[in-house]
Ligand binder design. Structure first.
Ligand code: SAH
Length: 290
């Protein structure tokens, strides 16, 4: 019998290193691009995805993000957010996202409540935005792209996200999959994600875990799909083993030069790997940060 998820709220420890690595990666030579909250968790498109923000955003570091709707600015945005989201979804379609299930899930989740009020007016731009702790909420396009890939010709049921951040992608996944687990290694972000999911009444649909996602969640494996929202040098082999046969894992891989990588488990001991577009994500790190 499976353990209740609450037993797993702290999972992993600060010194854990993933010892078993798959040899699927050959990181490209270093091309020194500094990864910052302003350019991460996006697709790389010749200069198009940069985001700049004012001085006030410095205060974002470590500052909890409050759910919107309590101030004039957020309330106004809340009233208009269906329309803004519709425009965001139209832009995603123009950029090649076709899966109707994914587009409906993107339409369903109010992205502005996941970012600081000072950034709420930019929530429906196709850009990554800072969420504190040097991390970002991923670009809508990259989220819909990754989810479309794991859904293609499939109907995943039991899905794992690594890197919950502020919980936005987990909320989108809750509209797509019956069972969603999401792991976050930074306690402040885990708390933030939990608060956002609670505000959206999604806590029962996303099993949020504070822990090291590089270890996966063996008690709840196998997963039909695994989505990794941070880039490691290699995809931890332990995660490949937690995929169901026929299941798909999508992850950014690399350090300065990153690519989206799709792994499909084809048998007990066999996986297919394909490399997709160039991307830039925040780093996948081992251990937890309290
Ligand atoms: N899914 C988010 C993206 C968050 S950014 C969204 O909805 O936009 C990536 C996140 O991965 C960060 O919050 C970072 O702390 C987390 N992360 C990095 N390494 C991790 C690990 N080993 N386990 C769990 N989370 C990790």
């Amino acid at each position: 019998m499976r353990k209740p998820i609450d037993d797993l709220v702290v999972y992993g420890n600060k010194n854990v290193k993933d010892v078993k690595k798959t040899s699927v990666v050959s990181p490209s030579p270093v091309n020194k691009i500094k990864i910052t909250p302003t350019n991460s968790n996006t697709r790389i498109l010749s200069g198009a995805q940069s985001f700049s923000y004012g001085q006030g955003s410095v205060a974002l570091q470590g500052k909890p993000v409050m759910a919107g709707g309590t101030t004039g600015g957020s309330m106004n945005l809340g009233l208009n957010s269906d329309r803004l989201r519709h425009q965001m979804v139209e832009r995603l379609k123009q950029k090649g996202i076709t899966d109707a299930r994914v587009l409906a899930a993107m339409q369903a989740v109010p992205r502005h409540i996941f970012v600081d009020q000072g950034l709420a007016s930019r929530a429906y731009e196709d850009a990554a935005l800072p969420i504190g702790f040097s991390q970002t909420i991923s670009q809508p396009w990259i989220i819909s792209r990754m989810l479309s890939i794991v859904c293609e010709n499939r109907n995943p049921q039991n899905v794992l996200e690594i890197g919950a951040g502020c919980g936005y992608q987990a909320a989108v996944m809750a509209h797509l999959f019956p069972v969603v687990y999401s792991i976050e290694r930074i306690k402040g972000l885990y708390d933030m994600a939990r608060e956002h999911l609670r505000d959206l009444r999604l806590v029962s649909r996303v099993r949020l875990v504070f822990g090291d996602g590089m270890l996966g969640l063996p008690a709840y494996a196998p997963f039909d799909a695994i989505v990794i929202a941070a880039a490691g040098m290699e995809i931890p082999s332990v995660l490949l083993h937690q995929l169901r046969v026929g299941g798909r894992l999508i992850a950014p891989e690399g350090t300065s030069n990153q690519r989206l990588v799709l792994i499909e488990r084809t048998g007990e001991a066999s996986w297919d790997r394909s490399e997709l577009e160039a991307v830039r994500f925040v780093p996948l790190r081992s251990g937890i940060q309290s």
